[in-house]
Structures are given as C-alpha cells and as structure tokens.
Ligand binder design. Structure first.
Ligand code: ZN
Length: 295
C-alpha cells in the first residue's frame, strides 16, 4: 500500500478532513536512522504530522513551493527531532538519539517519556519574502496532542489530530497513519459534536491502518460517505540534498575553518542528517571552493 494523503470537506462542509497513510515513509526513516521502537513511534508520528501540515499548503495561494521546518526540542533521551516538508508530500527528518526504547506498563511505546518537556517550533518559508517561526510549549509529548495545540493556539484553527505508528515486537514498522480534522469558520456546536463522535468510533489509527484500510476507507469511516473529496496525493520520504548544497555549507564555514579541517584529517567528509548520504572533499576540492568563495 503506497503512502497517500487525501483531503475532503465534511460535517456539513464545516470541517476539513485530512487522512494519511505513512507506513512506507516511516519504514524508510527507520532504515536510514536505525530507529529503535520508541524512536520509530516518535519520529513516525512527527513525520506524519509534518507531511500533513505541509500538504495543507498545496494549491493555497500559489504556495506550492512552501517549505516547512518543524522542530521539537524536548529534553528527553530522544534528544529532539527535526522534520522538513513541503506542499508536495515530501518529508524527511531525524532524531538526536535513534536508540531509545521506553514502554508504559501496558507495553505501549512511551513516546512522551523519550520526548520530554520542550517546545514545538514551526518555521514556514513561503518563498515570498519573510520566514515565520511560531512555537508552542509541548502539552503532552505524545505528538498528536502537541500538533492539535499548535493549530488551536498558534493558528487559531480548532483541530483534532490523531497520529499513530504500530511497531512489531521484532521492531518492524507494521503501520502508520494520521487524521487531522479542522473546523472551518462558521461551524456550529453540532458539527464539533459530530466530529468528536466520528473520531470516537474510529479505532486507533495505527491499528486501523494495520487492518489494511487505506486513506479513502478511513475518510469513509469518519464521514459515513458524506464528504466532498478535494485531493489525493502521494507521500514519500524524500531528501533533496546534493553535493552542491554541502559545498555551500562548507563555504559558509570560512577559509580558516576549512584549512584547519584539511590539516587535521587530510580530507573533509560531510554526512546528510536526513538521508545519511556522505560526500567526501579532497584538499583540491577544498582549494577550489575557497577560490570560488573569494572571487
Ligand atoms: Zn540527504
């Protein structure tokens, strides 16, 4: 089952519903970063919430080239998380420490404990002029509630968010997905009640996806078929790093720093935090970079 996001209007057209399946992209993240179960659950939920937030910009006021960077600076053993995403369904991310495994007594993965206290920061680069960052304190550390709090407080959009990753005992990713329902201006109290009822009837999203339900099934389940489908888009773990981007990063370090690094190691190796790709720069490459920077 490919990762997919769908958007629809429902609940008397007074709510926007986003449903995503993200099993494949979370599998990819786990493979790249060697995530242990609780890190998989934390980053998986975070990537799912992030890619859904990015997708909200698709088609909105020509913001298709919007880029979002989301960061959680929690003080728990996970050591924080970063995700970047865009309006096209591409997402990538990493955690400070991938090797964390904490459970509740019930056996459920304890994401809250590995994340700790901190903030969720959202930086939007709308490629127009300014870059905006807004931050909210983590209210739960279980990620979904933190996204809901962000939308409600920072964007004044009352939102319900459900994010879930099911990790098998052998540490493989069984399923991952998310639901976001946002109330639109003019909604009535009865619409909120209807949304709450619909969410109550939906099993935990990770278990529901594990049963083989794709995004459209989930939408159907939530709305009873009473919705207007707006869009279906594929989602993927995509990194757009390149040697050229690393070159720019190296140039930014300055000539002195680069020469010191060459003196110490004989070469410079860079590693992409998001996809693990390595680039090696020999002394001649570095000399050329310095020359270029000084031109
Ligand atoms: Zn990369």
């Amino acid at each position: 089952m490919n990762d997919t996001l769908i958007k629809a209007y429902a609940f008397n057209d007074n709510a926007r519903v986003y449903v995503a399946t993200t099993t494949q992209l979370v599998k990819e993240a786990q493979k790249i970063h060697d995530l242990w179960p609780t890190a998989s659950a934390a980053l998986g939920r975070f990537l799912t919430g992030s890619v859904m937030m990015g997708a909200m910009y698709k088609g909105a006021l020509n913001h298709d080239d919007t880029e979002l960077t989301l960061r959680i600076d929690g003080d728990g053993p996970l050591g924080g998380m970063v995700a970047t995403t865009n309006a096209l369904g591409h997402v990538r991310g990493y955690v400070g420490n991938p090797h964390v495994f904490m459970q509740y007594n019930s056996g459920k993965l304890n994401v809250k404990a590995v994340v700790g206290d901190g903030h969720l920061h959202v930086t939007k680069d709308l490629k127009v002029r300014d870059i905006f960052t807004s931050s909210v304190k983590l209210t739960s550390g279980e990620i979904a509630e933190d996204f809901a709090y962000y939308y409600t407080v920072s964007e004044q959009i009352p939102s319900a968010v459900s994010l879930g990753v099911l990790v098998g005992e052998d540490n493989h990713i069984i399923a991952s997905g998310g639901v976001i329902i946002q109330m639109l201006p003019g909604h009535k109290e009865e619409d909120i009640v209807a949304v709450e009822e619909a969410l109550k009837k939906l099993p935990p999203i990770s278990e529901w996806v594990a049963q083989g339900h794709h995004a459209l099934d989930t939408l159907q389940q939530l709305t009873g078929g009473d919705h207007k489908l707006l869009e279906t888009m594929p989602l993927s773990y995509t990194c757009d790093c390149s040697r050229e981007k690393f070159e720019r990063g190296l140039i930014a370090l300055g000539q002195e720093e680069l020469l010191t690094m060459i003196d110490e190691d004989g070469h410079i190796e860079t590693t992409c935090h998001f996809c693990g790709k390595k680039e090696r720069f020999e002394p001649d490459d570095v000399t050329a970079l310095i020359k270029e920077a000084n031109q």
